[in-house]
Design a protein around this ligand. Structure first.
Ligand SMILES: [Zn+2]
Length: 68
């Protein structure tokens, strides 16, 4: 299955309680490559990378373009 490119594959686990019931509250966290989530389990806010760490870490390749 392939969803929209702007959406993360799945909600990451909450680092506080481990719940996956997270809701995206902002498309940009403290960094452009992070999303802000709010956990439905414990109500904590946390950030997670939009893409897999391996993809985001490869500085040799240009960043993926969205829209085009
Ligand atoms: Zn939580």
């Amino acid at each position: 299955m392939s969803g929209p490119a702007e959406e993360p594959r799945a909600a990451p686990r909450c680092p506080f309680c481990g719940s996956r019931e997270g809701e995206v509250i902002s498309l940009f966290g403290t960094q452009a490559i992070t999303l802000q989530y709010r956990c439905h389990g414990c109500g904590s806010y946390y950030e997670a990378l939009k893409y897999a760490a391996g993809e985001a870490a490869s500085s040799d390749a240009p960043p993926p373009r969205s829209g085009a």
